[in-house]
Ligand binder design. Structure first.
Ligand SMILES: *[C@@H]1O[C@H](CO)[C@@H](O)[C@H](O)[C@H]1NC(C)=O
Length: 290
């Protein structure tokens, strides 16, 4: 009936060994935490970040940029939503200067007069509405292009396999692309990959005057963009993006319910002064086979 005395009042010896055990465990635990911190597996929350708004895309971009082994020569990157109808945003300094120059050098020897798609036959044809010259660079053709295509996939949340090859375009003074849709109205062009869903338009050069990408059917306050006063007369006829080397414009030709968005009508204003180099990635609703 009487319990052994030892179980209720442990001897001094066993008490001190428990303390030693606990201390040892504590020291080992602290050591492990310190090692994890040193290796960067754990990280301390830093107060400098502050609380960001839930819809602040720039924090997502910064996180992506900080964790990727980026080049040193790239300027600050951030995303600016410029319109909801059409859905469009500008990713500033998406490409480095080196990448822009690389794409231009690669494309230069192969530039051909641009064509448009004939809506009846689905074939390419010469056109007065599009007076630039251009060429396609095969998807995944080299490391630099694969890097860019990966970045486009991260930005759009759409897999690289749904993208067509990059098209590089060159506009000289007077050259332009009249407003048009990127989606197709024919069966022929949607056989591979289905409809075009989104477009990423990268500016590979600055343009002194003109050459804006203009959305004449955009809803909302078109004069609220910070570059409004620098736009050409054509650029002021709609929501416009002024070409800036390295910037990327993403816009959607489809609504979230997969209906076609007629507010995605867009054109390239005539270049007035300077040269415009750009590169386009069209993204389909399904895998685009190459
Ligand atoms: C459009 O935006 C500009 C610049 O932010 C502002 O001055 C102007 O009042 C706005 N117009 C309307 C109709 O809201």
């Amino acid at each position: 009936m009487a319990k052994p005395r030892n179980s209720r009042f442990p001897s001094r010896k066993s008490s001190s060994s428990t303390t030693t055990l606990m201390l040892t465990a504590l020291i080992m635990f602290t050591f492990v935490i310190l090692v994890l911190l040193a290796l960067g597996i754990l990280s301390m929350p830093s107060g400098s970040g502050g609380s960001r708004k839930a819809n602040d895309l720039s924090s997502i971009v910064r996180n992506t940029v900080e964790t990727s082994e980026g080049e040193e020569d790239r300027a600050e990157q951030w995303v600016e939503v410029i319109s909801w109808e059409p859905r469009a945003s500008v990713y500033h300094n998406f490409l480095s200067k080196k990448e822009c120059e690389y794409l231009i050098d690669l494309a230069k020897p192969h530039m051909q007069k641009s064509t448009v798609v004939d809506s009846e036959t689905g074939k390419s044809k010469d056109s007065r509405v599009r007076t630039s010259s251009g060429t396609f660079l095969a998807r995944g053709r080299d490391k630099i292009i694969r890097d860019i295509e990966k970045r486009i996939a991260d930005f759009t949340f759409l897999p690289a396999e749904q993208g067509e090859g990059l098209q590089v375009l060159h506009y000289e003074p007077g050259q332009k692309y009249e407003p048009h849709y990127d989606y197709f109205m024919d069966e022929f062009n949607t056989k591979n990959g289905g409809q075009r869903m989104a477009t990423v338009l990268m500016y590979l050069s600055d343009v002194e005057e003109g050459g804006e990408t203009v959305f004449p059917a955009a809803k909302g306050n078109i004069s609220s963009v910070s570059w409004w006063n620098e736009l050409s007369e054509c650029g002021k006829k709609g929501l416009s993006v002024k070409p800036k080397m390295g910037d990327a414009l993403l816009f959607w030709s489809m609504n979230p319910d997969a209906t076609l968005d007629s507010s995605s009508l867009h054109g390239g204003c005539p270049v007035i002064k300077g040269n415009k180099w750009s590169s386009t990635k069209w993204i389909r609703v399904n895998e685009y086979k190459i």
